[in-house]
Design a protein around this ligand. Structure first.
Ligand SMILES: [Zn+2]
Length: 118
């Protein structure tokens, strides 16, 4: 079981397996947050929160970015369309030894929409 937790520990996300790779996206919101995304099926991930979770959407509003209302850490995004079984977890909130051995792929959302190492 892999767990990602915000700084204060009020919001946790649990998933069975570590990510094979994570995405460093250069779009305006992701570079502002400074996050690395690990992608899963939403149905694979358990989200637990002991405080309210704040949500932000922008642009086409296809994603909701969630953050802990206590410590402010961005924890994950979800699709607005519930039919799309997809979630992005902020891998920076996983244990450091997981990220230390995980490939980081640079995603050029700002321009081409492609992974720069593809
Ligand atoms: Zn928190």
């Amino acid at each position: 079981m892999i767990e990602a937790s915000c700084h204060c520990g009020a919001v946790t996300l649990s998933v069975g397996d570590p990510p094979e790779w994570v995405a460093d996206c250069n779009c305006s919101i992701c570079r502002s947050y400074g996050v690395l995304w690990a992608y899963y099926r939403a149905s694979e991930v358990r989200v637990a929160a002991s405080v309210p979770i704040d949500v932000y959407s922008w642009g086409a509003k296809t994603l909701r970015f969630h953050r802990c209302s206590e410590c402010g850490c961005v924890t994950h995004w979800t699709k607005v369309d519930p039919a799309i079984d997809r979630i992005g977890i902020n891998a920076r909130l996983m244990a450091p030894d997981i990220l230390a051995t995980t490939r980081i792929r640079r995603l050029d959302s700002e321009d081409t929409g492609l992974y720069l190492d593809a």
